[in-house]
Design a protein around this ligand. Structure first.
Ligand SMILES: Cc1cc2nc3c(=O)[nH]c(=O)nc-3n(C[C@H](O)[C@H](O)[C@H](O)COP(=O)(O)OP(=O)(O)OC[C@H]3O[C@@H](n4cnc5c(N)ncnc54)[C@H](O)[C@@H]3O)c2cc1C
Length: 381
């Protein structure tokens, strides 16, 4: 029987599995997802005070749709022989979807780097909340005032003192000027001190040294900068982008028998942009890549990846949230309205469980429905 193999159990891998099962219908086709953990980790929710809630059992998604789960790490992809090596065992495939995601890049050569905390993985987030749980008045240094750094800094500010450090001269540099005023106001409101044009040069027991010479007290130093796609991408292409991603065509194909999805894929969003390493793109990329991998074997027409509108939604803790639209990130909602939208999005990213019809219907609806908000109708300022 023909075999679709998917590497990765994140958003892209899970939705690839559902996409492949959707294309399979009643046909004979074996689908296997390989990932080491028993859970899909909802990484966008790892800044929350209870990261333990940010996970869904893979079994509850894969079993109802007839997808096997092999709990293993893939070390090798041999595209010539069409096999992957997982847990020391060779597994043959007819079509492969690489959805092995991304990882935070930890700084090399930083003294005390082993003391850094992060919220990149469930284990990382558990370690941080484990340290600070039940403590009032702790101090934390957050390195990086980008999307993740802002969310964890504003979350930590609920019960502690937070110093936010960034090499850039502005906060939220990667988000552009669109939401900057609202971000700065939120940091102000929460009493978060910003040290811009600065970085951390040493992490010690209870302190961090900054590049301006300051020694700041810190119960935890949280690193949030630098994401890179899985190393497995190197085994698919010699032409990776600066994030280590594999270039794919509009059907998300990288090689005749290999599709790539999620944070590992460099897919075009439009003529100017490639997709972001974000679950809002990993989810539809997965749905299309998995569908196409199966459709290709079954002689069914393939689907093009045609992204929905680009939005961002940032949780700013006690200062609410910000919801933006477009690549210029126009602020459509802020404060309590922005926070309400973020809450809805954080629920919407949970895949349906235990119900094949619901899972397959969701795989067929490639894009999340955007939350309604009145200012959506207003022309851009
Ligand atoms: C703190 C944080 C906040 C975020 N907030 C947002 C947000 O608000 N909005 C948004 O859109 N995005 C957000 N993101 C980004 C989003 O989480 C990622 O884009 C998304 O998780 C990517 O999904 P993925 O499936 O491609 O990869 P991943 O989530 O990285 O999953 C990869 C999977 O592959 C498995 N894997 C890796 N290597 C191997 C291997 N060798 N063998 C087998 N399995 C392997 C892993 O175990 C995992 O199951 C956030 C990320 C973080 C860390």
């Amino acid at each position: 029987m023909a075999h679709v193999v998917i590497i990765g159990g994140g958003f892209a891998g899970v939705w690839s599995a559902a996409g492949a099962a959707l294309a399979r219908g009643e046909a004979d086709l074996r689908i296997t997802l390989i990932a080491p953990d028993e859970h899909l980790v909802l990484r966008p929710r790892l800044y929350e005070p209870e990261p333990e809630l940010a996970k869904v059992e893979l079994r509850r998604i894969l079993e109802p749709i007839g997808v096997e789960h092999l709990r293993a790490w893939v070390s090798t992809i041999d595209t010539g022989r069409r096999v992957v090596v997982a847990g020391g065992e060779e597994i043959g495939y007819d079509r492969l979807v690489l959805a092995a995601g991304s990882k935070l890049v930890r700084p090399s050569g930083l003294p005390g780097a082993e003391r850094l905390f992060d919220i990149d993985t469930l284990d990382g987030a558990r370690r941080l909340t484990g340290l600070l749980r039940d403590r009032e008045d702790y101090s934390a240094v957050v390195v990086g005032a980008g999307f993740t750094g802002l969310e964890i800094a504003t979350a930590l500010a609920a019960r502690g003192r937070v110093l936010l450090v960034d090499r850039s001269e502005v906060v939220g540099g990667e988000l552009g000027p669109g939401p900057r005023k609202e971000i700065e106001a939120a940091l102000d409101e929460l009493g978060i001190e910003c040290r811009l044009g600065t970085t951390v040069t040493e992490v010690g027991d209870g302190y961090a040294v900054l590049s301006d010479g300051t020694k700041a007290g810190a119960d935890a130093v949280v690193w949030s900068v630098g994401m890179r796609a899985s190393e497995l991408t190197r085994q698919i292409s010699g032409e990776l982008d600066h994030l280590g991603r594999v270039p794919v065509d509009r059907r998300l194909r990288a090689l005749p028998e290999v599709f790539v999805a999620g944070d590992a894929a460099m897919a075009a969003f439009d003529d100017e942009h490639t997709v972001m390493q974000a679950c809002q793109h990993a989810t539809p990329l997965g749905k299309v890549a998995g569908y196409n991998a199966a459709a290709d074997l079954l002689g069914v027409p393939l689907r093009d990846f045609t992204p929905g509108p680009y939005v961002t939604c940032l949780d700013l803790g006690g200062a609410g949230g910000i919801f933006t639209r477009g690549w210029d990130r126009r602020v459509m909602a802020s404060g309590a309205d922005g926070a309400a939208i973020k809450k809805r999005i954080n629920q919407q990213i949970h895949p349906p469980v235990d119900d094949a019809a619901k899972i397959l219907a969701a795989a067929d609806r490639v894009y999340l429905e955007l939350p309604f908000f009145p200012r959506d109708e207003e022309p851009a300022a």
